[in-house]
Design a protein around this ligand. Sequence first.
Ligand SMILES: C[S@@+](CC[C@H](N)C(=O)[O-])C[C@H]1O[C@@H](n2cnc3c(N)ncnc32)[C@H](O)[C@@H]1O
Length: 336
Amino acid sequence: MGSGLVIGCHRSVLAVRGAVIPQACSDPLVSVRVTPGDLAPNNERVTILRAHLQTAAHALLEAGCDDALDEARLEVEVLYAEASGLTRAAVLARVSDEPDAAALETFEATIARRLAHEPLAYILGRREFYGMTFAVRRGVLIPRPDTETLVEAALAAVRAHPAARRLVRVADVGTGSGAIALTLARHAPTAKVWAIDESTEALAIAGRNMRTFQLQSQIVLLAGDLLEPLIDPMHVVVANLPYIPTAVVETLAPEVRDWEPRGALDGGEDGLAPFRALAAQLPEHLAEGSHAVLLEVGAGQAPEVASIVTAAIGGSASLHHDLAGIERVVEVRIGY
Ligand SMILES: C[S@@+](CC[C@H](N)C(=O)[O-])C[C@H]1O[C@@H](n2cnc3c(N)ncnc32)[C@H](O)[C@@H]1O
């Protein structure tokens, strides 16, 4: 080992939650050699940042918060960057330094939250979606990359609509953080979007995001059940409704099952109840002439959802695949 001091889990994040991860301290990735210059002025041993980061990453892995060490390391680096006000690149450039005490304390508190399976996005209070940063917190679904497939398809439907040069009326049903409504509004300037949710907690976050992106002139926030609160007929209806069968919700990762709102996940016994309820409301809320309905669905649900929608409003369905090749969006366009 040469002449350097070998230091390990001293003052590690593990102390914060009283957890003991026996292997972590003896892991070669965690034990780090430093020179005697790393002794603090009071002659106490110090632990360089790398050791704290690696100990935390191992703890997340051991607790089942992440599936792979690389994933855990990334989360840990992001959380230390957040705690210290540094960029991730700056954190990586300082891994051989002693960490700032205040940053370390904040970091350890956030690692304790993550070890309780709180999703990273809730800890950070934000999530990237379609190139925009959305505020999120417990009580609102964290936007998923799969939903970008729905946004792409909906943007195409809005731009192709005969009213595209004037004003296209769009409903985003179950808006949550406003991820779909706000990306559509930003990328389709002639769209006016009615963003509806039954959860007032979700609407509060959607409102906050709307103000952050300064899209108030294009967005109307409405509380209520599906399309019921609407007065004007819609050219395009877009929805990412809950579609996970009740029994499956129980089998999801604790990050989702225990932290994200049940009302955003649970689609009833077969996962399709919200689609049936929406389909029943569609005929009276679609504009005369040209209109489109686009729905995000779970894996394997597309054929059933397509027939639910076409039985209600006619037309024929086309399907859009996500990046994993799964049929993710059912679209029914009528009159254009
Ligand atoms: C899967 S989340 C989608 C959130 C957001 N649109 C997104 O894609 O990230 C479903 C949303 O639908 C809302 N919701 C569920 N049932 C509803 C209903 N009957 N009427 C209105 N909103 C509903 C939930 O509160 C939740 O915010």
